[in-house]
Design a binder for this molecule. Structure first.
Ligand SMILES: [Zn+2]
Length: 445
C-alpha cells in the first residue's frame, strides 16, 4: 500500500515537471520575436521609428498608437464582387493593348543589358528609356540569359502577354514605390546575387525559373498601403485573407488568377509535377516577403547556420535572398538609394493622407508634416537591412562551402574524368570571397 502511494506521488511530480517544461517551451516560442525586436534599443531610435519598425517587421499589431484607437470599418472596395469586376475590366482593357504588343527591345536598352549582372546596375536610369516596360525588358532578358525560355518551352508571345499584364497590374494604383520598377529592381538584384556568387549553378532550372518569376510577381497589384492599413480599414482583401499576410496572399492569388487564362500563362508547358513545385515554391517565397516575418526569418536562419551539421533548406534560402533584395536599396549606390527612399516616403505619406481622410490615427512615418526621414532610414539600415545582409552573407558562404565540398568529393571520385558536371561550372572562388564578405556585409554607401 505504502509503495503504491509513493509511486503515485512520484508519477504526479513527474507529470508536473513535464507540464512546466512544456509551458516554458511554448512561452519561449511566443517571446522569440519580441526578444529579437527588443534588441532595437529604445534610446537608439526615435519613438516613431521604433513604432514603425515594430509595426512593419514584427507580427505584433497592438503596440502602436494607431492600433490603440478603435478600428474603422470602411472598406476600400464595397464588396469582393466589385473588386473582381474591376479586375475583369482591367483585363479587357489590357487585352486590347496586348494584342498589338510584340517582344521588341529598343536599341538603347542593349547598352544597359551589358551590366545587368552587376550589383550597381543603373535600373532607374534604364527605366527612363524603357517606355514603361522596365519589368518586361528585365524579365525577358534574365529568363533568356539562363536559357529558361527554351528549356521550359515558353512561348515568347505568351511571356510577353504575361509580363505586360504584370505591368498593367503594378500600375493599377499609381504607387510611387510598389510598382513595376520595384519588381524589376528586385528581379535584377536577385539575378545579380545568383550570378556574382555562382549560386545560380547550384539551383535547378526549375528553381531558377521560380525564384526569378517570384521576384517579378511579388508585389503584383500592390495597393500602395500596408498590411496594417488593410487590417485597420477591414478592406476586402484583409477579410478575404483573415488579416494574415494580406497583400502577399493577394499578390499570389491575383497572379495565379491571371495565369488561369492560357494566353497569359507562359508556364503552361511545364510538366504537371514541375508546375506543382513551381507554384508551391512561389507561394513560399512570396509569403516570406511579408515584412512582419522578418525577425522570425532571420532568427531561424541564424540558428540553422549555427548548427554545423544542418543543410540549408533550399526554399528558406531562396526566400531570404528575395527578402534581402526586397529591402536592398540602402545597399545600392547612393543616387539610387536616395531616389528609392523618396518614392517610398511619398507612398507612406499618401497612406497618411488616406488615414487622415478616414479619421484614423496616422501610421508611423506616414505623417508628411512630422516625419524624420534620415532617422527612419538609419533605423531601417541598422536594425533591418544590415543584420539581414550579414545573415544572407553567412548563408551563402555555407551553401558555397557545401558545394565546394561536394565538388571535392566528385573530383576525388572521378579523378580520371575532367567533366565535373554542371554544379561547379560557374563557381568562382574569388567571387565567393569577395561577394559574400564584401557586398553582403557592406550595406552603407
Ligand atoms: Zn517588394
Amino acid at each position: 500500500m505504502y509503495v503504491s502511494v509513493f509511486t503515485i506521488i512520484i508519477i504526479i511530480i513527474k507529470a508536473i515537471i513535464v507540464i512546466i517544461i512544456i509551458i516554458i517551451i511554448i512561452r519561449r516560442a511566443i517571446i522569440t520575436e519580441q526578444d529579437e525586436f527588443s534588441r532595437v534599443e529604445t534610446d537608439a531610435v526615435p519613438p516613431e521609428v521604433k513604432d514603425w519598425l515594430s509595426m512593419t517587421f514584427t507580427q505584433s499589431n497592438n503596440s502602436t498608437a494607431a492600433n490603440r484607437k478603435s478600428r474603422a470599418t470602411r472598406a476600400k472596395f464595397r464588396s469582393v464582387a466589385n473588386c473582381i469586376r474591376a479586375g475583369i475590366m482591367v483585363d479587357k482593357i489590357y487585352r486590347r493593348v496586348a494584342n498589338t504588343s510584340t517582344v521588341q527591345v529598343p536599341t538603347q536598352i542593349l547598352h544597359y543589358y551589358k551590366s545587368i549582372d552587376e550589383w550597381s546596375f543603373q535600373l532607374l536610369s534604364m527605366n527612363e528609356v524603357s517606355d514603361g516596360h522596365i519589368l518586361k525588358l528585365i524579365g525577358l532578358e534574365i529568363l533568356q540569359k539562363f536559357d529558361l525560355v527554351n528549356k521550359f518551352k515558353i512561348n515568347l508571345q505568351t511571356l510577353d502577354n504575361f509580363l505586360s499584364r504584370l505591368e498593367v497590374g503594378y500600375g493599377k494604383h499609381g504607387n510611387p514605390y510598389h510598382n513595376a520598377v520595384h519588381a524589376a529592381d528586385v528581379t535584377q538584384t536577385v539575378h545579380g546575387v545568383l550570378i556574382s556568387t555562382g549560386l545560380a549553378s547550384w539551383l535547378t532550372d526549375l528553381e531558377l525559373l521560380t525564384v526569378l518569376t517570384s521576384c517579378m510577381i511579388h508585389d503584383f497589384e500592390h495597393t500602395g498601403t500596408t498590411n496594417n492599413y488593410h487590417i485597420n480599414t477591414a478592406s476586402d482583401i484583409a477579410i478575404m485573407y483573415n488579416d494574415k499576410s494580406v497583400l502577399e496572399n493577394y499578390h499570389l492569388s491575383a497572379t495565379f488568377r491571371v495565369m488561369k487564362d492560357p494566353e497569359f500563362n507562359p508556364f503552361n508547358n511545364l510538366k504537371p509535377d514541375d508546375y506543382k513545385e513551381f507554384r508551391n515554391l512561389m507561394i513560399e517565397i512570396v509569403l516570406a516577403t511579408d515584412m512582419s516575418c522578418h525577425f522570425q526569418q532571420i532568427k531561424n536562419m541564424k540558428s540553422l547556420l549555427s548548427s554545423a551539421s544542418e543543410n540549408v533548406d533550399r526554399a528558406k534560402a531562396f526566400s531570404l535572398i528575395v527578402h534581402c533584395a526586397d529591402i536592398s536599396h540602402p545597399a545600392k549606390p547612393w543616387n539610387q538609394h536616395n531616389k528609392w527612399t523618396e518614392f517610398l516616403i511619398e507612398e507612406f505619406f499618401s497612406q497618411g493622407d488616406k488615414e487622415l481622410a478616414l479619421g484614423l490615427p496616422v501610421s508611423p512615418l506616414c505623417d508628411r508634416n512630422n516625419t524624420h526621414v534620415p532617422e527612419s532610414q538609419i533605423g531601417f539600415i541598422d536594425f533591418i537591412v544590415d543584420p539581414s545582409f550579414q545573415v544572407m552573407g553567412d548563408m551563402i558562404d555555407k551553401m558555397l562551402s557545401d558545394i565546394l565540398q561536394q565538388h571535392h568529393i566528385i573530383s576525388t571520385n572521378n579523378s580520371n574524368n575532367n567533366n565535373l558536371g554542371n554544379i561547379n561550372k560557374n563557381i568562382n572562388t574569388q567571387n565567393i570571397n569577395e561577394n559574400a564578405s564584401h557586398h553582403f556585409s557592406k550595406t552603407r554607401n
